[in-house]
Structures are given as C-alpha cells and as structure tokens.
Design a protein around this ligand. Structure first.
Ligand SMILES: C[S@@+](CC[C@H](N)C(=O)[O-])C[C@H]1O[C@@H](n2cnc3c(N)ncnc32)[C@H](O)[C@@H]1O
Length: 271
C-alpha cells in the first residue's frame, strides 16, 4: 500500500508522537478503532486492514467520506481554489448563506480542505451557530491540492467505516479482538491553554469522566485500549488503575512562537 499522511492539519495531530504510539500498538488487531479521529495520524501510519474511524465533526467526516468514495472529483474541485485573501473570506463565509445548504458533499469537502490549508494556523473553529470563523493565514505557497497523498489516503480508507458520531456510540461494535486508540480533546493544563472547541459543542470534564468510564467497561471486557491526554492532575486521578506513561510531545500549533517546544503528555494503556 502507498505511503500516506494526514491530508489536513489538525490541532492535537499526533504525527510528532508517532514513534511513541507505534511502539505500543499490539500486533494482532482485528478492527482498529479511532473514535476521535481528527487528522488520524496514527491510522495513516498503520494503514490497518479493517478500521472504524469516528468524529463528532460532520464536515470533517464528510471530507473523509469524499476522499474514500470520490477522490478524483474532490481533486478536480480543489484545483479551482486560488490562494487569495478576498476569495478565502468569500468561501469561508459561504456557510452563512442559504445556498450553502445546496452544496454537494464534494463542494463542502473541497471547501473544508481549502480552508484548512489557507486559514490561520490550520485551525478549525466555529461559532455557536456552527459557522467557521478562523481568519486568513499568511503562507508562501500553501499546497492546496496534494493529489498524490489524497489518492494514497483514499486507498487506505477502502475497508474503513467512517462515522459522524460521538465516541460514546461505538461501544457495542467493539469486540475483544479489537483495539481502540482514544485521542480526545485534552484536559487543559491551565485556563489559558484551553483551546476553543473542534465543534460548536465543547468537551468538558463530564465528557472526560464519561470517557474514563467507557475505558473501564472496555477493560472489564478484556478490550485493549490506548489513550493520550495532557499531563493534567485530573488525568492521573481518572486513570490511576491503568499504566500511565509520560512522553515528550513537540508542539507545533501554537500562535505564540515562544510557546512552541516540548511538553509532557501522557499515554495510558491497559495491556
Ligand atoms: C485531539 S483531536 C484528535 C487528533 C488526531 N488523533 C490526529 O492525529 O489528528 C480530537 C478530536 O475529537 C473530536 N471530538 C470532540 N468531541 C468528540 C466526541 N464527543 N465524540 C467524538 N469525537 C469528538 C474533535 O472533533 C477532534 O477531531
């Protein structure tokens, strides 16, 4: 199978942590689950035979489905976008118009990738109405269309189910032969590091507790899981019954260049 990498930039993307993640992956996985897929860096690296990818962000999931099912039409549509500030705002604000409801899945996926490649820092942020509100980003020559990688990603997705849903919806699908990698929005280390949500609904402490309970239920059934999170005290409290390892994560998405550097994160496993 062809090499592939995330076709979008994503806050919390795990490309830089791959060596740490890969060395902890069991060899005998039947179905690989990634219930907070985002850019799904680990999935592209592993290219598992069978997988289920889930994310609550419907625009993201629509984009993955277009890559999977109609990659040539998507590549063609992507080629129409110029890198220009005025055009960017026109495309960005299209989700405030009535016509947007008639856009095809391909047009929406193409807009999603275009905005991701040309917006400020590759952020995905929407307001309470679900309208995308990230400003234009300054780049030398952003690669809006990476046809080769999109085709490789499409191939890697052929035996994958992609769902727009909550991580809580998948429990009954998981069997003891499977493996789950959870990469939720992180518990903030302090109040200022609280990145504003990937969707119009946030991911609060209650959700973190619901996730921990799901992990406990999976563990009781003998299902193996790995989970990443910040090194916040609450993470150590919630997961104290499992292995918790500290790893170095180089940070790249931070608007303040001085704050880019290494930061400790945790990896939790139950096997
Ligand atoms: C830290 S990111 C995952 C990054 C990913 N591992 C990567 O390599 O790019 C967390 C993801 O969880 C998704 N998410 C947030 N709340 C969710 C929920 N309740 N159920 C499923 N996905 C959710 C967000 O949309 C976001 O894409």
């Amino acid at each position: 199978m062809l090499d592939c990498k995330p076709f979008i930039k994503w806050v919390g993307g795990k490309r830089k942590l791959l060596p740490e993640l890969v060395k902890r992956i069991p060899q005998d996985i039947y179905i690989y689950f990634e219930p907070f897929m985002g850019g799904s860096a680990l999935f592209w690296h592993l290219k598992p035979k069978k997988a289920i990818l889930i994310d609550i962000n419907r625009e993201l999931v629509n984009t993955y489905k277009c890559v999977q099912q109609n990659v040539e039409a998507l590549i063609l549509d992507l080629q129409k976008h110029p890198y220009a500030r005025e055009y960017y705002y026109q495309i960005r604000n299209s989700d405030r118009t009535f016509e947007y409801t008639n856009w095809t899945d391909i047009q929406r996926a193409s807009r999603f990738i275009y905005l991701n490649k040309t917006c400020f820092n590759g952020l995905y942020r929407v307001n309470s109405k679900g309208q995308y509100n990230v400003p234009f980003g300054q780049y030398k020559n952003p690669k809006i269309v990476d046809a080769e990688n999109l085709r490789a990603c499409s191939q890697a997705l052929q035996d994958t189910e992609i769902l727009a849903d909550s991580f809580l919806s998948i429990e009954s699908k998981i069997t003891v032969r499977d493996f789950v990698y959870f990469d939720p929005p992180y518990i903030p280390l302090n109040e200022t590091s609280n990145f504003t949500s990937y969707s119009s609904k946030g991911f609060d402490t209650e959700m973190q507790i619901a996730l921990q309970k799901l992990c406990q239920r999976l563990d009781r059934r003998g299902v193996r899981f790995m989970l990443s999170n910040s090194a916040a005290p609450l993470v150590f409290d919630l997961y104290s019954e499992f292995q918790i390892e500290l790893v170095d994560m180089p940070r790249s998405i931070n608007s303040n260049a001085n704050k880019r550097g290494k930061i400790k994160e945790v990896l939790i496993t139950n096997y």
